[in-house]
Design a protein around this ligand. Structure first.
Ligand code: AMP
Length: 419
């Protein structure tokens, strides 16, 4: 018996319907905002992530699925989507043709994390990137897009948190003030935080460790150190969100894990999913294009975990309901009709009607049972009499109403019958 890989999941059955609904929302809402879909390969050169995400991050340090391929190249299953999108836009010179480029994506990502509820080793993200604008209205456009997608999917129990990390210079200044403060309290910090003090000190602010909390509450606050440009940027973001009626909370400890964030960072969090409380994360990443060898392109984006959003939807609305995927189940009343129903099925499908036929050569009773199990909206039955008369018996499965009609009228009959 071979089982699914630890931390990975099969998606099927009624859960699949929830995915389809969500995927429809991603596409429709993104397009309403003028974002175009972009698909990158699942595998990239390892260097893309070590440079683009940062050596000191947990993702690069301990979570990547990295392997040597048969040509001795180090490749990595993508652990995040922003670096691949930036790589691709540089590679295809997209910004040269369209100085503001709006892209969205959805697909699987891979991180070797300790699996638990809401945390998987293969998970999926939907996200969007707005490339080319340094202005706060592109930050709020992304926040609004994420918010609209969540709203359309139907979740409500979440909170938007925002913060500003300022410019690279502001962050560098803050980093040294923070390190000085944390070093003074080193003995109260957990081992992970002590390690981060050297590698990624801002991440200490993210720590959930209770002992760290007592140090963090009195830590210097980056927001208090913003220069004029950064303060102006952040207050415009807040003003825009206020006027759009989008509620938010400023969380001065929100730093996000990655090295490339600047100015606005944001997260949508929920109390409904236990410790995996982040459903969406994003922010401005102006330095990234240059880090990856491009020109200076300001950019902002976000991504959310599809599994977590669907889990939240389930806690709010209950398990996804089965959907009828079949318009009509074609029954053969007798062997003479077995091949004719196959041809009739093809005709119906070409005319936009979904249908399933009996291929198990069941009895009539067995076929009706199967139609029921598939939640078919109608059955249509052919027997020798119907074949002779060019008729067919149509039954509406929800009302039980049944009638014999000309086989040539079947499509129009199925379209007019109440569903
Ligand atoms: P990140 O790229 O780490 O900022 O993550 C963005 C979003 O992806 C998070 O808010 C989560 O919703 C989701 N996510 C991140 N890691 C995982 C994981 N291992 N399993 C499931 N969802 C995840």
């Amino acid at each position: 018996m071979i089982n699914v890989v630890r931390g990975m999941r099969d998606i099927f059955g009624t859960e699949m319907h929830a995915w389809h609904r969500a995927e429809k929302v991603f596409r429709e809402v993104s397009e309403k905002f003028g974002y175009q879909e972009f698909r990158t390969p699942i595998v990239e050169h390892t260097e893309l992530f070590s440079r683009g995400v940062g050596q000191e991050t947990d993702i690069v340090g301990k979570e990547m699925y990295t392997f040597m391929d048969r040509g001795d190249e180090s490749l990595t299953l993508r652990p995040e989507m922003t670096a691949p999108i930036v790589r691709a836009t540089i590679e295809h010179s997209l910004l040269r043709h369209s100085p503001i480029t709006r892209l969205w994506y959805a697909g699987p990502l891979f991180r070797y994390e300790r699996p638990q509820k809401g945390r998987y080793r293969q998970f999926h993200q939907y996200g969007a990137e707005c490339l080319g604008s340094p202005n706060p209205e592109s930050d709020t456009e992304c926040i609004m897009l994420a918010n609209e997608v969540l709203r359309e999917i139907g979740v409500t129990k979440y909170e938007l948190q925002i913060n500003s990390l300022g410019t690279t210079e502001v962050r560098a200044k803050y980093r040294s003030v923070l390190v000085e403060y944390l070093t003074k309290h080193k003995e109260s910090l957990c081992a992970d935080s002590v390690r981060r003090l050297d590698t990624n000190p801002l991440r200490v602010l993210d720590s959930k460790d209770p002992a760290d909390q007592s140090v963090i509450v009195n830590a210097p606050v980056l927001l208090d150190m913003l220069d004029e440009e950064s303060a102006m940027h952040f207050s415009t973001v807040k003003a825009l969100l206020d006027s759009a009626g989008i509620a938010y909370k400023v969380n001065t400890n929100l730093v996000r894990g990655l090295d490339y964030y600047s100015h606005t960072v944001f997260e949508f969090v929920t109390d409904e999913l236990g410790s995996q409380n982040a459903i969406c994360g994003g922010g401005r990443y102006d330095p990234l294009f240059e880090i990856l060898g491009g020109t200076n392109v300001p950019a902002v984006g976000f991504s959310f975990g599809i599994e977590r959003v669907l889990m939240l939807l389930e806690t709010e609305q209950g398990a996804p309901k089965p959907l009828s995927t079949v318009d009509v189940y074609l029954c053969a009343a007798g062997d003479e009709a077995r091949l004719p129903i196959q041809l009739l099925a093809l005709r119906l499908r070409r005319n936009g009607i979904s249908c399933v036929t009996d291929i198990a050569r069941r009895s009539m009773k067995g076929q009706m049972k199967e139609a029921d199990r598939l939640s078919a909206k109608f059955t249509a039955t052919l027997g020798q009499t119907e074949l002779d008369m060019e008729n067919i018996i149509v039954k509406n499965m929800s009302t039980g109403e049944q009638k014999t009609i000309s086989i040539h009228q079947l499509e129009s009959e199925l379209k007019v019958l109440p569903v």
